[in-house]
Design a protein around this ligand. Structure first.
Ligand code: NAD
Length: 458
């Protein structure tokens, strides 16, 4: 199913209609917001088969990965937000010091207006709809721009969203660079972008024209450190699962492993064992394993296999855009596979003397979106958490922190700015307006002229 670009000529009128909806206050009542949130889940439930088909067409996603990586997160975020909406949206009282007495002060969340949400192709449903949850929960209108790189899913979203959500407040615009460039010229009240750091810069530059705030959910090389004494079998299972989900096309996939020389071969043996348990011996043919999204990404990934010695995998199926889970050793720190985020099923395993060297290795590079530490030592855990700056940290597993709605998700430095999920998302897509209300009596005249030494002492 090809995606169908939306003609940029209609954008200004579309925005004017959304602006009118917002100004009329349609999106303000909490009941309307709750209904819209429920409609997001209903849309996915009632069209489970078509969602599965679109994701199978774009990425070869197995049904269980559709649930695990796409829809389950949306269901849980919707449920979480619906239950807590009243609490999140109400004014938050804060202390008023003596100088402000008599008076009361509070923080009142208010919607920004119209939020532009630009999604990425690797989890094309989840990355489009999970920012929509806080956008609507906070009372905004939204324009959704699915990724053209996952065309079947983009088309499906363009068809389903208007059927389930209030069209007066939510629109879908399909398109690629040209359409997105036109969209970015318009005045939105917040832009929520998911994708590469390079395009993140383009988005932020465009947003600067209107002084529009942005949330940038970007990528980076997420390191995975195996501390001496870690449970190697468990680490191997959890690391290779995190790497192979969606064939490594996951922004928080463990990008590379740092391990001590004494544990390296045991780790590789355990990874081989786990791969066999998960996918059998014909991994290229496994129906539990995704394809690479398109030829361009396949051609980008294929030469990266030559960055080291292939100890597991290495085979590719050019016709079907598939690459075996591949583990490399003897990889130089500046090899091509170590220069950019891999975003595919290739796992370089590098040796470090100890945890200190691993932490220094990470600190010398851009701040990652996620970091993973496998350890049995509380002391290592503490030192790592204190000295490695990363968007998200997960100890003794990969990816699983995504299942906790109350953990804010987002990058730092080159991996992005701004966090969402749960209340963090609601706050991110709200303006937290400060309000102070003064009492009329008694009037304490200390601040008014004429000034005097006595008044200054009070
Ligand atoms: P992509 O090609 O789907 O691009 C993302 C969006 O940007 C698309 O909607 C696309 O239309 C738009 N776009 C592309 N070029 C543009 C341009 N020149 N001007 C305006 N808009 C443009 O996805 P991608 O960039 O290949 O995504 C992969 C990257 O995204 C990886 O680095 C990955 O780590 C990151 N990512 C981050 C998260 C996160 O939550 N932090 C999630 C998924 C992916």
């Amino acid at each position: 199913m090809p995606s169908m670009p939306t003609d940029p000529a209609i954008y200004p009128e579309m925005l004017a209609e959304l602006r009118a909806t917002f100004d009329r206050g349609l999106t303000r009542p909490l009941d309307w917001r709750r209904e819209q949130l429920a409609a997001i889940s209903r849309m996915l439930e009632e069209n489970e088969d078509r969602v599965g088909e679109a994701l199978a067409e774009d990425l070869g996603k197995p049904a269980q990965e559709v649930l695990l990586g796409e829809t389950a997160l949306i269901f849980s975020e919707v449920e979480h937000a619906r239950k807590r909406l009243k609490r999140w949206a109400r004014p938050r009282r804060v202390h008023t010091p003596m100088v402000g007495q008599p008076g009361r002060s509070w923080v009142q969340p208010e919607p920004f207006g119209i939020v532009l949400i630009i999604g990425a192709w690797n989890y094309p449903i989840q990355l489009l709809l999970s920012p929509l949850i806080p956008a609507l929960a906070a009372g905004n209108c939204a324009v959704l721009k699915p990724s053209e790189v996952a065309p079947a899913t983009s088309r499906l979203m363009a068809e389903l969203v208007p059927r389930y959500l209030d069209e007066r407040a939510v629109r879908v615009v399909e398109g690629a660079v040209e359409e997105t460039t036109e969209l970015l010229k318009l005045h939105f009240d917040h832009i929520f972008y998911t994708g590469s750091s390079a395009v993140g810069r383009i988005v932020m530059r465009a947003a600067a024209e209107h002084l529009t705030p942005v949330t940038l959910e970007l990528g980076g090389k997420s390191p995975c450190v195996i501390d001496a004494g870690a449970d190697i079998e468990s680490a191997a299972r959890r690391v290779i699962w995190g790497k192979c989900l969606n064939a490594g096309q996951t922004c928080i996939a463990p990008d590379y492993v740092l391990v001590t020389p004494g544990d390296r071969d045991r780790l590789i043996g355990a990874i081989e064992h786990e791969l066999f348990e998960m996918y059998g011996s014909d991994r290229l043919g496994s129906s539990d394993y995704c394809k690479i999204i398109n030829r361009r990404h396949f051609d980008r990934l294929r030469p990266l296999i030559d960055s080291g010695r292939v100890v597991i995998g290495g085979r590719v199926d050019e016709e079907r855009c598939r690459i075996e889970p591949t583990v490399l050793t003897e990889v130089a720190a500046d090899a091509p596979v170590m220069r950019e985020e891999i975003f595919g099923p290739i796992l370089p395993v590098l040796e470090v003397a100890d945890l200190d060297e691993a932490m220094a290795f990470i600190r010398e590079r851009d701040k990652p979106l996620s970091a993973y530490l496998f350890t049995r030592s509380r002391e290592s855990e503490r030192r790592f958490a204190e000295s490695v700056s990363t968007g998200n940290l997960c100890i003794n597993d990969t990816l699983m922190f995504m299942s906790v709605p109350e953990l804010p998700f987002g990058g730092v430095g080159n991996s992005g700015m701004g966090q969402y999920h749960g209340r963090a998302g609601f706050d991110r897509l709200s303006h937290l307006k400060s309000v102070m209300k003064r009492g009329l009596f008694p009037e304490i005249p200390v601040r008014f002229p004429p000034y005097s030494k006595l008044k200054m002492r009070l």
